[in-house]
Design a protein around this ligand. Structure first.
Ligand code: ATP
Ligand code: MG
Length: 394
């Protein structure tokens, strides 16, 4: 069995040698059972945070009050969390307090879904107290315990369920789904940052369509900060190359402006730039094929997404493949102003004039002429074109 890398096994070995229990838990165990490559390895232990810090020389506190200590083992960071339960949830999102407990069972009971409540020893023995293995085999997302209670405690779990539906392509178990539909309005308690993080994972999943249907049908959609009224419009744009493509399609499907989406979900600066560009490119594409200027101005990613949206909503009109888009962009005489064979200094030497705003203006005109094939991109041809135009303007 190849579960757990050297460093994470070594962390468990050290904790066991010091007389504590320690096991792998969470998403990594789930992904292992699924046959997927494991990502971050989380370890749960009976040792108290202070005791963990005694066992290892190199640790970083990651919120000791929640019981998590980061152990640096052979330069790899490994999260070690003390077995804990969560107290009452008066705000539907964070436990008022966490209590450390002695048994793994109590720790697993607080986890959201049966597939996420698996543990594994370093020898590779699966600890499956709630039928998680079978639910994974049946591709089912099922709450641990009473679903309505679990969602009332922490409303984010409802959104995690639909996110996992997209990431894993699993179905939500019937009672779990009913509890989501009954408690959907409580998603309002969850911070935008946490919803955004789940949405990003949802967009990157293998079956976003499934998640969009759940969101619309359960009523979660109307309680989110923003969601297209017609999920079907969003569904016609799946799957996505990236989360930011998801956000761009979300915007167009919902008839939202870039600002609407940016504000509602606090998008990053980069995401704001991309969806703004897609919005612009798509607005142009709706009325005519991409122009030379469009190929020059927009990144490939932006052109691809704008074309995808065009094809989703204007199926009757003539389309263009991504390969063709790529070819047209690559065939432009220049990719950016840096590719021009001349610069401001050269213009100064040709005219004998002092530098000033005029050079920027003329570089722009040359860029335009070269891009549109009115002048080849070599120094002599540009010189001829430039001096002719420059003298004509005087
Ligand atoms: P991913 O692969 O996306 O990281 P994950 O299941 O590992 O998925 P994490 O957010 O990393 O998700 O959480 C690790 C584990 O902690 C989960 O597998 C689950 O057991 C538990 N957990 C996380 N969030 C919650 C929650 N809101 N309620 C209950 N348990 C949770
Ligand atoms: Mg994880």
């Amino acid at each position: 069995n190849s579960f757990g890398t050297g460093p994470s096994r070594e962390v468990i070995r050290c904790l066991e040698a010091a007389g504590y229990e320690a096991v792998f838990v969470g998403g990594a165990v789930r992904d292992y059972v699924l046959g997927k490559p494991a990502t971050d390895m989380d370890i749960a232990t009976s040792a108290q945070p202070d005791e963990v810090k005694v066992v290892f020389s190199n640790t970083v506190d990651l919120g000791t009050e929640h019981g998590t200590v980061l152990v640096l083992m052979q330069r790899e960071p490994i999260e070690v969390t003390t077995y804990r339960t969560e107290g009452t949830y008066t705000d539907h999102r964070r436990p008022d307090e966490v209590q450390f407990v002695k048994s793994l069972r109590e720790d697993l009971l607080r986890r959201d879904f049966t597939m996420n409540a698996l543990a594994m020893t370093k020898e590779g023995e699966l600890i499956d107290l709630f039928g998680g293995k079978q639910d994974i085999a049946h591709q089912i997302i099922k709450a641990v315990g009473n679903p309505a209670n679990r969602f009332k405690e922490d409303a984010l779990r409802m959104f995690r369920a639909v996110r996992f539906a997209s990431v894993l392509g699993f179905a939500i178990e019937e009672d779990t789904y009913k509890a989501i539909a009954e408690n959907a309005q409580q998603i309002r308690y969850i911070s935008i940052e946490r919803l955004k993080a789940e949405m990003d994972k949802l967009f990157n999943g293998i079956d976003p369509e499934k998640a969009f249907r759940y969101i619309q049908d359960s009523g979660l959609g109307i309680h989110l900060p923003l969601f297209p009224i017609k999920a079907a419009r969003l569904i016609s744009t799946v799957p996505y190359e990236s989360a930011v493509e998801g956000w761009a399609c979300f915007m167009v499907a919902g008839n939202f402006s870039p600002t609407d989406v940016m504000k509602a979900y606090k998008l990053s600066k980069h995401e704001q730039m991309v969806i703004t560009a897609v919005n612009e490119a798509y607005e142009k594409r709706r009325f005519q094929p991409f122009s030379i200027g469009d190929y020059y101005t927009y990144d490939l990613q932006v052109l691809f997404t704008a074309e995808k949206l065009f094809q989703a909503y204007h199926a009757d009109k003539e389309k263009i493949s991504n390969t063709e888009i790529m070819h047209r962009k690559q065939s432009l005489p220049i990719q950016s102003v840096k590719d021009l064979k001349v610069d401001g200094k050269v213009l100064i030497s040709w005219t004998g004039l002092k530098g000033g705003p005029w050079t920027g203006k003329w570089i722009g005109l040359i860029e335009h002429a070269v891009l549109h094939g009115r002048c080849d991109n070599d120094s002599n041809t540009i010189k001829e074109w430039f001096l002719h135009e420059f003298n004509r303007e005087k």
